[in-house]
Design a protein around this ligand. Structure first.
Ligand code: ADP
Length: 231
């Protein structure tokens, strides 16, 4: 029997009142272990696509399924478990300025009441992946933008997510740090994590040469394996 895709959008439309159509009739499946880019101009619907996946917004029509399970019906512990399968990173890092690198990454485990030794072990492990163990006691203001994004990636990895959602993660970075972050996302993908990268950076998308979904005005106008960013 064929297994259900990791994520499926089934005829999903998202309207924002009074009359903005952010996404229209989206049908798409994302398989486990894919590395896919979601591209399109500003306002095309990329962030809304990610917010629906994070269940920060609900579809106006249609369904979102995670391994066949409708997100609409999820609540309580089931919803928390689902959210823990997702690691999200953003253009503006969303770090806590008054906390150290360690504390920023540890926070997500602390709120779950994890024991201190498990927190120390897991935080060290993810900081090693992003090559920031040597900055563990620094505060965000002491870091470069590229390092801040690496802390955010470490934080996203702490629950060993199945999928990383990256919303314009290189938007504030220079070309050197942009490549660094893309290399890191590729490394995380090689470990077996699905990566969904929303961006309007043509250069990195074309460099990646993976699946590219192009959104325009809320619609998928192209979905190509080994695609290029052409609008
Ligand atoms: P992108 O991430 O590609 O820039 P968005 O998903 O942010 O696109 O936006 C898609 C459309 O929905 C745009 O027209 C935007 O102005 C609109 N939009 C996004 N968020 C809201 C909101 N909370 N309320 C009303 N309109 C919104």
């Amino acid at each position: 029997m064929a297994t259900e895709p990791l994520i499926r959008f089934h005829q999903v439309t998202k309207l924002y009142p009074p009359d903005t159509v952010a996404l229209e009739d989206i049908d798409v499946a994302i398989e486990e272990h894919e590395f896919l880019s979601l591209v399109g101009k500003s306002g095309a619907g990329k962030t809304t696509f990610l917010k629906l996946l994070l269940k920060e917004e609900e579809p106006t029509k249609g369904e979102l399924l995670s391994r066949g399970k409708n997100l609409a019906g999820m609540e309580g512990n089931e919803l928390l478990d689902y959210r823990r399968t997702i690691g999200a990173i953003f253009q503006d890092y969303k770090l806590l300025d008054s906390r150290t690198v360690y504390e920023n990454v540890a926070y997500a485990m602390e709120v779950l009441g994890a024991p201190d030794d498990a927190i120390r072990r897991d935080v060290s492990e993810v900081l090693k992946v992003v090559n920031l163990l040597h900055k563990i006691d620094q505060f965000p203001f002491q870091l470069s933008n590229g390092e801040k994004q690496r802390v955010a990636i470490a934080r996203a990895l702490i629950h060993r997510p199945q999928i990383i959602l990256a919303d314009e993660p290189t938007g504030n970075l220079d070309p050197y740090h942009t490549r660094d972050i893309v290399r890191l996302l590729l490394k995380i993908h090689e470990f077996g994590t699905t990566v969904l990268l929303a961006t309007h950076n043509k250069e990195i998308v074309n460099l990646l040469g993976r699946r590219v979904i192009t959104l325009d005005d809320g619609k998928i106008i192209r979905d190509a394996q080994e695609g290029r960013y052409v609008i």
